[in-house]
Every structure is written in structure tokens, then in C-alpha cells.
Design a protein around this ligand. Sequence first.
Ligand SMILES: *[C@@H]1O[C@H](CO)[C@@H](O)[C@H](O)[C@H]1NC(C)=O
Ligand SMILES: *[C@@H]1O[C@H](CO)[C@@H](O)[C@H](O)[C@H]1NC(C)=O
Ligand SMILES: *[C@@H]1O[C@H](CO)[C@@H](O)[C@H](O)[C@H]1NC(C)=O
Ligand SMILES: *[C@@H]1O[C@H](CO)[C@@H](O)[C@H](O)[C@H]1NC(C)=O
Ligand SMILES: *[C@@H]1O[C@H](CO)[C@@H](O)[C@H](O)[C@H]1NC(C)=O
Ligand SMILES: *[C@@H]1O[C@H](CO)[C@@H](O)[C@H](O)[C@H]1NC(C)=O
Length: 194
Amino acid sequence: MFFSRRLFGKICAAFGASVLAFHHGAHAILPSGVSIPTPTFEPVYDATLLLVPNVSQDLVAGLFGERAFIGFLGGNLTDYATGALEGQIIAGFGGEFGIVSSNGMFYTDVALAVQWTDDDKYGFFRVQGIGELGNSTYATSYTRLETDSTTRQNLVDDVLLISIAVDTENASSNETIAYFRLFMKNSTNPSITP
Ligand SMILES: *[C@@H]1O[C@H](CO)[C@@H](O)[C@H](O)[C@H]1NC(C)=O
Ligand SMILES: *[C@@H]1O[C@H](CO)[C@@H](O)[C@H](O)[C@H]1NC(C)=O
Ligand SMILES: *[C@@H]1O[C@H](CO)[C@@H](O)[C@H](O)[C@H]1NC(C)=O
Ligand SMILES: *[C@@H]1O[C@H](CO)[C@@H](O)[C@H](O)[C@H]1NC(C)=O
Ligand SMILES: *[C@@H]1O[C@H](CO)[C@@H](O)[C@H](O)[C@H]1NC(C)=O
Ligand SMILES: *[C@@H]1O[C@H](CO)[C@@H](O)[C@H](O)[C@H]1NC(C)=O
């Protein structure tokens, strides 16, 4: 390229092309033909998750900080668009085993099992992310779904996110209620065109 970046920008502007790419720098670093789209996500399920009471106290001292031992008491997943029941969260399996680190952040580590309502098959989520556990309890986490439910193989094949808010205000003596939404990636995959 014989043009200076500034001159090239002027030429682009003259021909009506965007020079914004230069300000982001990405096109200046990645070779042409490399496409890394910004991932975008769309909502799939809304869920109510019941946890043991007083979750912010269920911490034990450990090597990396305080380790959560938070059991699940049940819950359900519903279709984001229609509100129809999709599955039940199975009580007594998995739980939240994340860590409250010395920086105060909560590094989630969840295993969650569900049974789908329409075909009675099972699903298993492994969830890891970041949030806080205390007066304000929330997290956004990456997850994958493992299931042989035939109508849900699009989710098995995709990157999923879970955003959760835990209601620590309305403490009940027998459960803690949390609400989460599950999202699937709907953007195109990275690619290299020779
Ligand atoms: C992905 O989902 C979001 C949220 O529903 C939507 O705004 C966006 O248009 C979708 N993108 C694609 C490529 O489908
Ligand atoms: C999901 O579970 C919550 C909490 O137990 C309950 O209030 C709600 O009615 C359930 N939704 C469905 C569709 O079963
Ligand atoms: C939660 O709020 C209480 C009362 O305001 C306060 O004493 C406590 O330190 C807070 N805990 C955390 C982890 O922020
Ligand atoms: C807490 O409980 C009150 C009274 O039942 C209710 O109005 C409020 O919506 C609840 N807050 C949350 C976050 O669920
Ligand atoms: C929850 O924590 C509060 C504050 O420490 C305590 O008073 C209460 O007994 C606890 N409830 C349960 C069910 O453990
Ligand atoms: C907690 O108690 C309420 C009211 O009795 C009941 O509706 C709810 O099912 C109980 N939750 C669990 C997890 O047993």
C-alpha cells in the first residue's frame, strides 16, 4: 500500500466508503479474508430456579477463596416467546459450586439437570461465568447443553449464555428464588476465506 492511512482515508471518503474501520484497528491487524463477527445472542428460555434458603451464607473457606455449596430445589424452564412449559429443573442434582474470590467477584460453576416436558428426555448444563454473590446476586455465564432431545439439537450445536438474578431480598425460610434467561448465539461463525 503506497498511500498513507490519512490519504487513503480521504480517498475512501471521496468515494463514499467508510473509514471507521481504521479507527477500530481490527481491519488493520487481521488479514483480509479473516472474518470475526461480533457474537450476538437471542433469548430462548426463561427459567425460575429454586435454591436452598440464605444462599449468600452457603460458603466455605477454600484454596481459591470461598467456595459456594448451593443446592437446587427445583424450578422450570419456559419458552421465551410463548411462556409454554419446556422442562423441569431436577431437584437434588448439581448445584452452584462457584468461588467468591479475593476481588469480591463470584466465579460461577454450576451443574444443572433438566427433564423436558414434551419428550421426557434429560438435559445437562455445565455453566461457568462471573457475577456477585451477596446483597446483590447476579451472574452472566457461558454454558453448553447436552441432551438427546431431538427437537433441541440446535441448542446442543450452539454457544449459549445464561444471565441470572437471585432474589436475596425476599428471603423465604425454605427457598431462594432465582430467575434466569438462556440465550443462543445467532450470529455467523468466524471464517477465513483464502
Ligand atoms: C439475533 O437476535 C437479536 C435479539 O433477538 C436480534 O436483534 C438480531 O437481529 C438477531 N440477529 C440475527 C443475525 O438473527
Ligand atoms: C415455574 O415455577 C415457578 C416457581 O415454582 C412457578 O411459580 C411457575 O408457575 C412455574 N411455571 C410453570 C409454567 O409451570
Ligand atoms: C449487605 O448489606 C448489609 C446491610 O446493608 C451490610 O451490612 C453487608 O456488609 C452487605 N454485605 C455485602 C457482602 O455487601
Ligand atoms: C418481593 O416481594 C414483594 C411482596 O411479595 C413483591 O412485590 C416483589 O415483587 C418481590 N420482589 C422480587 C424481586 O421478586
Ligand atoms: C438466614 O440468615 C439470617 C441472617 O443470618 C438468619 O437470621 C436466618 O435464620 C437464616 N435463615 C435460614 C432459613 O437459615
Ligand atoms: C416453600 O414453602 C412454600 C409455602 O409453603 C411452598 O409453596 C413451596 O413449595 C416451598 N418450597 C420448597 C422448595 O419446598
